[in-house]
Design a binder for this molecule. Structure first.
Ligand code: CP
Ligand code: NVA
Length: 324
C-alpha cells in the first residue's frame, strides 16, 4: 500500500480495505507480537472536539506498538486561528512521525495531509469517521464470521458515521441500507461513489426514509446520536424530527432473530436507542469500541512503519521520472 494517509476509506481499493481488517485481526490475536514495531515514533493527536474512544485507543495503540502519543488539545493548537493548518503541518512533520486529527471541516484534514510529509489519520470530521468504520466491520466479521452479503441497516443521521459505514460496506461487499428523516440523507456525492464501487464489488447500497424497510431482515442494526458534536444547539429540534427513527425493541424485532446491534458511542439511551436494545445480549457496542484499538493499530502500523517513508520516496521519484 503506497498511500501516505488514512483520510477516507474511498482512497483505498477493496483489497487494501480488506488488508487493514486482516492486519487488525492479527494484531488482536497476537498483542505481544508487535511491541517494538513503531519504536521511537511519535503520533501527534490533534483534537478540536471531545473524545473518549479515539483519544484512548490511539494513545494506548501507539504505545502498544512501541511508540509515543502526544495529545494536543483544542486550546493548545487553535487550528486556523492561532496558527494556519499549513504552519502546523510544516512544524509537526519535523518533530513527529504521524498526525491523527479530529476536527470539524473535512478540508482541514485534507489540507493537513497535503502539507505534511508524514502520515495523517482522520480521527473524525463532520464528513467522515473512517477509523470507526474499520472497527465496525471488524466487529461484524468477528461476530457474524463474514461481511459479504450482510444486510447492515444504519438508522439515523446521514452524516459522518453513516458515510464511512457506506464506503467501507461498498468496499467489503455488504448490503448497506441507510434510513434517515427527509433532509438528513447522506451526501449525494458519497452515495454516488458507493453506488459505483458497489457495482465492482457486488455490494449494494440503498437510501430510504423508511426505518422499517431498512431494518427488515437485517443482520446488523446500527445507530448514532441525533445531534453530532458541533450541533448541540439543534438537539431539541432534532429530538422531534428523529423520534420515529429510534432503535427500540419494536424496530429491532423486524431484523433477523440473530441480528446484532452496533453504535459508535457515545450513546444517549432513550433517544436514538432504548436500554432494552443497547444493553441486551445482542448488543456488541463494547466489543466494537475495543476494536477501535485493533483497527487503528493496523492503520498506524501500515502507515508509520519504518520502510514506508522510503517506499513513498521511491514511488515519488519514479512518478517524477515518468513525468520527465
Ligand atoms: N466513537 C467515537 O469516536 O468515540 P469518541 O468520540 O469518544 O472518540
Ligand atoms: N456523529 C457523531 C459521532 C461521534 C463518534 C458525532 O460526530 O458527534
Amino acid at each position: 500500500m503506497l498511500q501516505k494517509d488514512f483520510l477516507s476509506i474511498r482512497d483505498f481499493s477493496p483489497q487494501e480495505t480488506g488488508q487493514f481488517l486482516h492486519l487488525a485481526c492479527q494484531l488482536k490475536a497476537h498483542p505481544g507480537g508487535y511491541t517494538s514495531a513503531l519504536k521511537g515514533r511519535t503520533l501527534a493527536m490533534i483534537f478540536e472536539k471531545p473524545s473518549l474512544r479515539t483519544r484512548v485507543t490511539f494513545d494506548v495503540g501507539i504505545q502498544e506498538l512501541g511508540g509515543h502519543p502526544l495529545y494536543l488539545s483544542p486550546a493548545e493548537i487553535s487550528l486556523g486561528k492561532r496558527e494556519s493548518v499549513y504552519d502546523v503541518a510544516k512544524n509537526l512533520e519535523r518533530m513527529v512521525q504521524g498526525i491523527m486529527i479530529r476536527t470539524f471541516a473535512h478540508d482541514i484534514v485534507v489540507d493537513m495531509a497535503r502539507y505534511a510529509g508524514i502520515p495523517v489519520i482522520n480521527g473524525l470530521t463532520d464528513y467522515s469517521h473512517p477509523c470507526q468504520a474499520m472497527a465496525d466491520y471488524l466487529t461484524m466479521l468477528e461476530v457474524k464470521g463474514r461481511i459479504a452479503g450482510l444486510k447492515v441497516a444504519y438508522i439515523g443521521d446521514g452524516n459522518n458515521v453513516a458515510h464511512s459505514l457506506l464506503f467501507a460496506g461498498a468496499q467489503l461487499g455488504a448490503e448497506v441500507w441507510i434510513a434517515t428523516p427527509p433532509g438528513y440523507e447522506p451526501d449525494s456525492g458519497a452515495v454516488a461513489w458507493a453506488v459505483e464501487r458497489c457495482a465492482a464489488t457486488g455490494a449494494s447500497c440503498t437510501i430510504t426514509n423508511d426505518p422499517n424497510l431498512a431494518v427488515l431482515g437485517a443482520d446488523v442494526v446500527y445507530t448514532d446520536v441525533w445531534a453530532s458534536m458541533g450541533q448541540e444547539a439543534e438537539a431539541a429540534a432534532r429530538r422531534n424530527i428523529f423520534q420515529p427513527y429510534q432503535v427500540n425493541a419494536k424496530l429491532f424485532a423486524k431484523a433477523k432473530p440473530d441480528a446484532i446491534f452496533l453504535h459508535c458511542l457515545p450513546a444517549h439511551r432513550g433517544d436514538e436507542v432504548t436500554e432494552d436494545v443497547i444493553d441486551s445480549p445482542r448488543s456488541f457496542v463494547f466489543q466494537q469500541a475495543e476494536n477501535r484499538l485493533h483497527a487503528q493499530k493496523a492503520i498506524m502500523l501500515e502507515l508509520m512503519k519504518g520502510d514506508k517513508a522510503a517506499e513513498r520516496e521511491t514511488a515519488r521519484e519514479s512518478r517524477l521520472e515518468l513525468v520527465k
